[in-house]
Design a protein around this ligand. Sequence first.
Ligand code: NAD
Length: 248
Amino acid sequence: MLLQGKVAAVTGGTRGIGYAIVKRFLEEGAKVALFGSRQETVDQAIAKLKEEGFTENVIGLCPSLTDADAVKEALDKTVAEFGKLDILVNNAGVSARESIYDYKVEDFEKTVDLNLNSVFICCQAAARIMKQQGGGNIINTSSMVSIYGQPSGSAYPASKFAVNGLTKSLARELGKDNIRVNAVAPGVTRTDMVAVLPESVIKPLIATIPLGRVGEPEDVANAFVFLASDMASYVTGEILSVDGAARS
Ligand code: NAD
């Protein structure tokens, strides 16, 4: 029960890595506000959690993460429901594959809007609450491509490099307010996105991973549990790779 008594908000909590984080946080005793992009998928995720035995301590909300007022309202609702906000997990994100030669500026901006700007907006709203409370803990979802880039969809690695920069900078800025800020950088992880890839793509991919397999959402979620817990009380400004030592 590493998170007993803690209250967390998790963006992109409806599926994949985010859903695994919500589940592990509940297992460790936290109360969780699960954020998703649509009411329908939020309701489905809450129903699935109930089926898995998590019948209480979780609420679902769907603020637009690029709208500062909507984010503030959702975090205020979380505090109204559970009494405080100890942990913010910025996990919602979209990938990108466009070639530089026909990349539309608006598509580049869309990716940066969710993967970076919304992280700033959520951090700001949460930090205001956490400062008043006397402390808190923010964990962002980066990616292994934040270390070495990727050969297409440059908005994705660019946004994740920026998430690392935001993480390290906010760790320095918010330390005085007892707010820790870290990121987890997953490698290839078995979410919907990866599950649909054919064997011909997966096999050569696995060959580049020293641990010989792709990550499971739970592998990644466990790193969030550690960083969210008091076990990591002196860890801040860290980008924690969870990638089986995969390198480009
Ligand atoms: P996923 O596509 O399974 O889930 C993405 C989540 O983000 C969903 O809950 C979705 O509701 C939410 N989301 C998407 N667009 C949104 C929007 N406009 N507004 C609000 N929420 C929105 O993805 P995943 O693989 O679980 O990825 C989660 C995070 O992990 C992302 O930040 C991703 O960049 C990162 N990541 C994933 C991998 C991987 O291999 N799966 C690797 C490295 C990093």
